[in-house]
Every structure is written in C-alpha cells, then in structure tokens.
Write a protein that binds this ligand. Structure first.
Ligand code: LLP
Length: 427
C-alpha cells in the first residue's frame, strides 16, 4: 500500500508511522501536525553513506531546519549545506562539525561572509564579486578562508522550472567557461585558499543522466584547474535526487546515483593523480519520506467538486501551491477502506490556489476525519508561514514506539512578536 515506505502501514483502520498510531498522535498533540520517523531518517542517511563510503554527505538544511532532526543527522555523521547565517547557527547548535559545513548562497551579505570566516567553514563563492568581498573580509579578520566555486554547468534536468538551478539562465553559480579564470584570480588573492568546485543542477530530478553529465563537466574543469597549478581538495556535486511522491512512480536510490557518478569521479581523479573529497548535498532524498503532515477535516462541501476543508493549507505545506507538487493523501483514520468518491482537499487560506490535493479517490470523508499528506519532510515545515493569521503547528518525532514533541506549536502571540505601534497611534 505504501510502496517502499516500510515505516508506514495500516492497522485496525488507522495509519501507523514507525508502529505509532497517527490518530493517537493527533489526539495527543493536536492538528495540524508534522510527524517524523527517526528510524526512517537514519536509514536514509545510512543509504547515502553506504552508497558513497568515501564521500562526505552534507544535509541541505533548507529542506528541514528542525534542531532535533539535525541532531539525528549529526549522530549519523552528516555535515551540512547552509544557505544563510540563520542556517549556519542552526547546524552549529545541532553539533555538526564546522569542517563538514559548506556556506552556500548566491547573494551573501558582508555579515554572512564574516560569520562564515569566524566559524571557520568553507564558503562556496557564487561570483567574482563575492570572491573579492570575501578576500577583503578574510584579510581584515586576518584569517584564511577555504573556498569552493559554484559552477553553473549549463545542464538541463527535467524538473519544475522553479527548482532547476543548473541552466545557463539560472541565477546560481559562475558560468562554467569562466571558472578557470576565476580560480586563477583566487589563487593570487590574499585570505583565500581555493580548494575545489561545487555545483547543484536542480531538485526533484528522477533521472541520473543529468548528474553524470554535470559530474563529467565538473571533472573537465578540475582538470583545467590542475593544469594551471590549482589544487582540488573537494568536489561537491550538490543534491537534487528526487523521490517517488506518487504511487506507481519510481525514483533512483543513492546507490543508483553512485553507480552513475562514482566511476566518472574515480576514473578522472586517477587520471589526474588527484584525490579530492567527494561531497554531496542531498536534502529531499534524506528527509522527505520520513515525515507526514496530519490535518483534521473541518468541513466537507459538495459543490461542483467534493471539497474537503482541512485545518491547514499552503501556509504549512506550500509545495502543491508553488510547484503543483503531488503529495499522496490518506484518510488516516480510515486507512484500510477502499476509495468511494473523488475529493479535492483544500486548506483554510483565503486564496483559491490553497489546494493540498486535487481530484483524489478517497474513502467517504466526514468532518473530524484525519487527512495525512505523505512525504512532507522536505520543504514542508521549512517553508511554512503565518499567513492569514495561522500560527505554525508543532512537530513530533516518533522513535521507540512513541511520539516526542520536537517543536512546540505557536500561539497567537506570534502575530504580535516584534510589532511596534508608535505611541502616537495609541491615543
Ligand atoms: N544544494 C544546493 C546548493 C541547493 O540549492 C539545494 C536545493 C540542495 C543542495 C538540496 O537539493 P535537494 O536534494 O533537496 O533536491 N522548495 C523546493 C526545492 C528547492 C530546492 C532548493 N535548493 C521544493 O519544495 O521542491
């Protein structure tokens, strides 16, 4: 029923995650609620470590910034890809070693560059302009910073246009034809130690061939850099491996990605006589399927379609609205019943686009039922907002047969936080 998701099953009519009944979790912690399986998270992290034994796996923190989950990943030996000062402080708190952190970003502020240098993390330079600014920051702080260069490899991967990042028209990276010159400049800059290359071609990619194409372009560039006397200590091939969101689809596993890119990497390194560390930055393929998003049905409305109104929408799960993304929906308290009618699951937000699941065949849905949206661990909570006066919900981690709170839900004070009403308006 749940494909490869063996942390999910139905029993006694209820959906269970890692053996724990989600109906009980909803009772205990309320809805909406994000629920994560710790075991599944560890398994996913291990699948990468086993497929790429010599590589360092950096979790892409933008996919999920929950501190408890980052702790689990730190325990599994993962590093982190961070994209802001905020993400860097999170991984520091989670105890991820700074030597296993890459500070990414296409538009870093001076404050962020200073924080990266102070923390002693490696920085991925996204432009010449940024490289020069970083050199100045490092010089002023009397430090040396290790720098990788974000390559725009001009590789097209089939995915939603909003999440393709390796096209030549994308805002990310230095055009691949300019990389060697930028590297040469970096070799002469004070405070800068150029150590390698970085790319990321996009997200939710279900075919390994664009990864192989990008890897081979990256190795070509590494060769040119070695020829000009540059050192290559790391090669970061980014994240992007997709997952099977809809039943019946298939996604490559980390082992399939390894079968595609490891030979290219190893052979080319051998030819060049270099032995850089391989780095990967998966987000989605580590965390997405570990988590479900539980919502409660407020209303069933039979209009021109059957609308199921639940207690959260794109405020807490934005992906369907933003990318027309599919998340499988299950009526969690009727998990063993056959589909009876076609429904469209919508949230409470004041926009027509607030649809979580369109035209799904589900068992009869009634007020009070629980709808679970699957595969919500990546870019779910991390993209949540408080739009329309909806506080963000709690998160729960399931391990050892029980659920533990890993983030408290917000209350209405969140709408007042930081707000200042000038006294002249209080008369
Ligand atoms: N590295 C870099 C530099 C990235 O920009 C990203 C994702 C990753 C790694 C991780 O990619 P992943 O393995 O998760 O595909 N909000 C969108 C996805 C945006 C991805 C942004 N960058 C979504 O919900 O589909």
């Amino acid at each position: 029923m749940f494909g490869t998701k063996d942390h999910l099953r139905a029993q006694g009519g209820h959906l269970l995650i890692e053996g724990v009944d989600v109906v009980d979790l909803a009772e205990k912690f309320g809805t909406p609620l994000y629920v994560t399986s710790e075991e599944r998270l560890r398994e996913n992290a291990r699948a990468y470590r086993e497929a790429f034994p010599e590589a360092w796996i950096y979790f892409a923190v933008k996919a999920n910034g929950n501190l408890a989950l980052l702790r689990v990943l730190a325990e599994e030996g993962l590093g982190a890809d961070v994209f802001s000062a905020g993400e860097l402080s999170l991984v520091r708190m989670a105890g991820i070693p700074m030597e296993k952190v890459l500070f990414n970003g296409n538009s870093k502020s001076t404050g962020e560059l200073e924080m990266a240098v102070e923390a002693g993390v490696r920085v991925s330079a996204d432009s010449l302009d940024e490289l020069l600014a970083l050199s100045e920051v490092a010089r002023e702080m009397d430090e040396e910073v290790e720098v990788a260069f974000r390559v725009n490899p001009d590789v097209s991967a089939e995915t939603h246009p909003k999440i393709a990042t390796g096209l030549k028209t994308s805002k990310f990276g230095i055009p691949w034809r300019e990389i060697v010159e930028v590297y040469r400049t970096a070799m002469s800059l004070e405070g800068i130690k150029p150590i390698g290359l970085h790319c990321h071609i996009g997200s939710q990619i279900l075919d390994t061939s664009p990864f192989i194409e990008a890897a081979s372009k990256m190795m070509d560039l590494a060769e040119e850099i070695v020829e000009i006397g540059g050192e290559i200590e790391m090669m970061d091939f980014g994240g992007g491996l997709g997952i099977a969101y809809s039943p019946g689809t298939e996604a490559p596993a980390p082992a399939d990605l390894a079968a595609g890119i490891l030979p290219v990497f190893r052979d080319r390194c051998r030819e060049m006589g270099i032995s850089p560390r391989m780095i990967l930055e998966p987000g989605r393929s580590i965390i997405a399927d570990t988590t479900l998003f539980l919502t409660r049905v407020n209303v069933v409305k039979r209009a021109h379609v059957n609308f199921v109104g639940v207690d959260a929408g794109f405020n807490l799960l934005a992906r369907p609205m933003l990318y027309d993304a599919y998340h499988h929906a299950i009526v969690a308290n009727k998990a063993d019943r056959k589909p009876k009618e076609r429904y469209t699951v919508v949230g409470p937000i004041c926009e027509s686009g607030d649809v979580l699941a369109r035209d799904r065949d589900l068992p009869e849905v009634e007020r009070g039922d629980l709808v679970a949206m699957l595969d919500a661990g990546a870019y779910g909570f991390s993209m949540a907002s408080v739009y329309n006066g909806q506080p963000r919900c709690p998160e729960v981690l399931v391990a050892g047969g029980r659920g533990e709170l890993i983030r408290r839900g917000e209350d209405r004070s969140v709408f007042l936080a930081g707000q200042v009403v000038p006294p002249r308006l209080l008369k």
